[in-house]
Design a protein around this ligand. Sequence first.
Ligand code: FE2
Length: 259
Amino acid sequence: MKILLIGDIVGAIGREMIMKYVPILKKEHALDLVIANGENSAHGKGITKKIYDKLLQAGVDVITMGNHTFSKNDIYNFIDEAQSLIRPVNMEPTGYGKSTCIVHVKGKKIAVSNVCGEVFMYNVIDSPFLCMEEILENTQADIHIVDFHGEATSEKIAFTYRFAGEVQVVVGTHTHVQTADERIVKGTAAISDLGMCGAYESVLGRDVNEIVTRFTTNEKTKYTLATGPGIFCGAIVTIDEQTNQATHIERIQIRPKEV
Ligand code: FE2
């Protein structure tokens, strides 16, 4: 079984990358499941119902979120009914949506969960480690997949080792920069960060000049997304259907041709 996991989709260019490359990769790699982080898909912050529907139409099966889950008010209109969207279990506001999604693929019950790291993050109300233990106690599944939305690679790697053998896939999101530390630990495929889908010439998807100005002056800046050719980042995990263990993880990074 092959699963494509995609990093933070940033704005319109990120969405274009999904529309363009998900169908191609699905065909090329005979993918069985596609999971993407959509927390930045609506102009860099949050998601709307329209975008949620478009991402599913493009071939994404499960959309994970993060600290920007509630950045667009539209989320409150559809999160409770959104079967294919999950939000971090340990982040305020609680009481909206769900944090684990069950999908059935090739006769396997797959649980996809979304947790948030505590290091350098806000509104986190509980340990991702304790929350994951609770999810595993309460969720019977053949394969567990986790999107760990967090800033610190150390926290994500520690999480991987804590749950190696219990969870089959741990992928990091949030930093928008793909890490080259993909590994298999006790049948668990892991990478600290998948990277992003968005404008290549940017600072994490945002306008370069605006961010440079922000770092060099006290000038208040808007929230302008960068434009130009996009990058697509993710990873493909192979699961052995006999053992339900991950056997391979391959990073995917498609940069614009002219780079
Ligand atoms: Fe984030």
